[in-house]
Each structure stands twice: as C-alpha cells, then as structure tokens.
Design a protein around this ligand. Structure first.
Ligand code: PLP
Length: 383
C-alpha cells in the first residue's frame, strides 16, 4: 500500500522510533521524583524543551508539553477565555477551524461567551480586514489556524497578528499551527502570536504528544488540576519518551523543511496538472496553498467509492480530514468557501509525505483516471 494521508498522521521517523525506545527502556523514573532516575527523566525533559524552543526560536519556559494539538487548542482557547474573562466575553475565530478549535468555542458559547466566527473568501482564506472589523475593545482572544487541514489554504496569520497588536495590544492571538509547521514558514518571535499549537505526529513524531507555545507573561487557566507539572498549567506525569521523540522530530522537520517543500511543490504541481482535466473534477485547494495538500471533489459522487477504487490500486487517500471522515456531514470548510452541498459532500484529500516522488503523482493520476472512467456511468446512482 502507498500512503497519501500525511495530513492525518505521518510515519514516525526511524530516528524518532529509536530514541523513544531507548528512553522508554532506560528512563522510566518520574521526572518529579527526587532520586537519580527521576533526575534523569527531568534532565531529558529539560533538554527536549530546549530543543523545541530553539527550533521554534522561543524561550524554553514558553513551551508547555501536551498530549497533542487537540489538548493544546483546548488549553489555549478555554484557558485564555477563563483566565482573562474580566477583560471581556468576546472571542473571534474563523469558520474553517479544526473541530478542536471550533468545538472549544462552541462550548464557550454555552458558558456565556460571545463568539464571532469569521467567514472565508472563496479561496478558503480569511480576509484580514474582516477580522479587524470583527474585533472589538472587549475581544479577549482571536484564534486563526495557519494552514487549513482539509484544503491546505494558508491563512495570513502573521499579518493578522501584527495588525491586531498595533490596534488592540491586549487582544491575545492563538494560531493552530498543526498543518503549517515544516511546510509553510512562520516566525513566532516578535510576531504578535501569543499562543501556538503543534501535534508531534503531523511531523513524523509520535501520536499522543504535542506542545503549546505560551508567550512569556501570559497566564492560562489550567484545565487539568493536579500535581502542578508544566508550570502549573498542565498537571499530570509527563510522557518523557514521547516528548523526547517529538523534540527530535521537530528539529529534523525544521532542518529538512526547505528540501521537503521543494519536493512537495514538484509532486503537487504534477498531480494537480494531471488531474485537472478529469471530467467534473472540482479542485478545492487554492493554487497558492500549502505544498503537501491537494483537495478536490467529484460533485455527486460518493467520495468513499472513489477512495475504495484507489485502495484497490494500492493507494490510500482520505475523504475530508481523518477526524471527520466517519461522519456523513458535508464539509463545514467547503460550505464556508461557498461550495455547493454536492461538492461539500464529495471531498477527497491527498496529502504528501517526505518520501513521495513525481512517480507517485503519476500513480495517483492513473488510478484516479481509471476510477472516474469506471464510476462515471454510475454517477447519480451513487448519491
Ligand atoms: N488542528 C489541526 C489543523 C489538525 O489538522 C489536527 C489533526 O488533524 C488537530 C488540530 C488535532 O491534532 P491531534 O488529533 O493530534 O490532537
């Protein structure tokens, strides 16, 4: 099988697997314990924090380790809204956020917060002016993702952060960086971004590990109470092997970013060119989108049927995004872009990894061409 679902999860890097196995075997002491085994775990954690911070260009004290971006996003959004509720009850996000962001805001609405969900343009990007017009004096937090997980549309988060801080210095800015890290450069330091979420398994680290960058001076209301680990904001014994593995993967992804991006661009270009002429294919990814994602629809066709045709050819792709692929709901992201219901119900996502080449693009083009030929007679009957 050839795997083309790297936006859902990536194969862990061999060096990461080796590192995690070594740490699991040799260093099982609780990093909060005072004996030598505990001290060894603490040192590994400290080193991992330094590596993550150094890679992101921030301070080690600004890194909070989590179980992944779902937790980081919940921690940033609910933690900031609760901590700074005396400043106001108004929050701003976009209509195309990942469920871990979108549902966090929906939950806060139930607790009396007022949330503005900013629309996107037809190319899937939020308009900076619209965001600026939505923010008010009593806005506490603005959360906009860097790269959309379905279409790969790139959001102007650096510009938004800069303009926001000029006009509203007290407004906090959160960026869900999950699909952008290692794919689309973004500088955190002096950017105006206060909170930034990552998930290790999206850049060849382990599942179940992530981090939240919390700019110095910002307090978050802790969602997990307990032993006070991670500066009191995230209690619970740290997952040292996973965190050490994440730090390694983070560094490798950054070091190899330019090379990977060059390759992804080449493969993506070939793929887009090759499928563009397929009958009734609607490309949902913007031309200037992230280099690793190609998203399209065959309006009226059930995407699972196309997916299974590709699987018969040994190719694994995704419908929508992994977390929502088991629901029959239309894509909230595509609807927000003004796409039809039929288009929003028939999305297919191909996401590339480090190992892919132009030959892989050719395999996909061939298999998709074959699938379309086979299914075109059935179109309508498959709805
Ligand atoms: N944010 C985005 C943009 C994502 O793509 C994902 C995962 O698909 C997440 C957050 C959540 O990451 P995790 O499932 O690792 O917690």
């Amino acid at each position: 099988m050839k795997y083309f679902d790297h936006a859902a999860s990536t194969p862990p890097h061999p060096e990461v697997i080796r590192t995690i196995a070594e740490v699991m075997q040799a260093h099982y002491g609780n990093p909060s314990s005072l004996h030598a085994s505990g001290e060894a775990g603490f040192k590994l954690l400290k080193k991992a924090r330094e590596v993550c911070a150094g890679t992101l260009g921030v301070q080690p004290s600004e890194i909070v380790f989590t179980s992944g971006a779902t937790e980081s996003n919940n921690m940033a959004i609910k933690g900031a809204a609760l901590q700074y509720r005396s400043r106001g009850k108004h929050l701003v996000t976009s209509m195309i956020e990942h469920p871990s962001v979108y549902e966090s805001f929906r939950q806060l609405e139930g607790f009396g917060f007022e949330v503005a969900f900013v629309p996107v343009q037809t190319n899937g990007t939020v308009d900076i002016e619209t965001v600026m017009r939505t923010v008010r004096e009593d806005t506490v937090l603005v959360s906009i993702m860097h790269v959309n997980n379905e279409t790969g549309s790139i959001q102007p988060v650096a510009e938004i952060a800069r303009e926001l801080k000029q006009k509203y210095p007290r407004v906090l800015v959160h960026v869900d960086g999950v699909q952008g890290f290692g794919k689309v450069p973004l500088q955190l330091k002096d950017s105006g971004i206060d909170l930034y979420s990552l998930s290790a398994h999206k850049f060849r680290g382990p599942r179940g590990a992530g981090l939240l960058y919390v700019r110095k001076g910002i307090q978050l209301f802790p969602l997990l109470s307990g032993g006070g680990q991670e500066s009191g904001v995230r209690s619970g014994t740290e997952n040292v092997p996973a965190v050490v593995g994440m730090a390694k993967a983070l560094r490798l992804a950054k070091e190899q970013e330019a090379e990977h991006v060059r390759n992804w661009r080449k493969v993506r270009e070939r793929l887009v060119e090759g499928i563009a002429s397929l009958p009734e294919l609607e490309l949902n990814s913007p031309a200037e989108g992230a280099p690793h994602i190609v998203h399209f629809s065959f309006p009226g066709m059930k995407p699972e049927v196309v997916l299974h045709c590709l699987e018969e050819e040994g190719l694994e792709v995704s419908t929508k995004s992994a977390c929502s692929s088991k629901t029959s709901e239309p894509s909230r992201v595509l609807l927000a872009m003004g796409k039809s219901m039929e288009t929003a119900q028939s999305g297919i996502r191909i996401s590339l990894g480090d190992e892919h080449t132009s030959e892989d693009a050719d395999l996909l083009i061939e298999a998709l061409t074959k699938a379309v030929k086979r299914l075109s007679g059935l179109k309508g009957g498959l709805k």
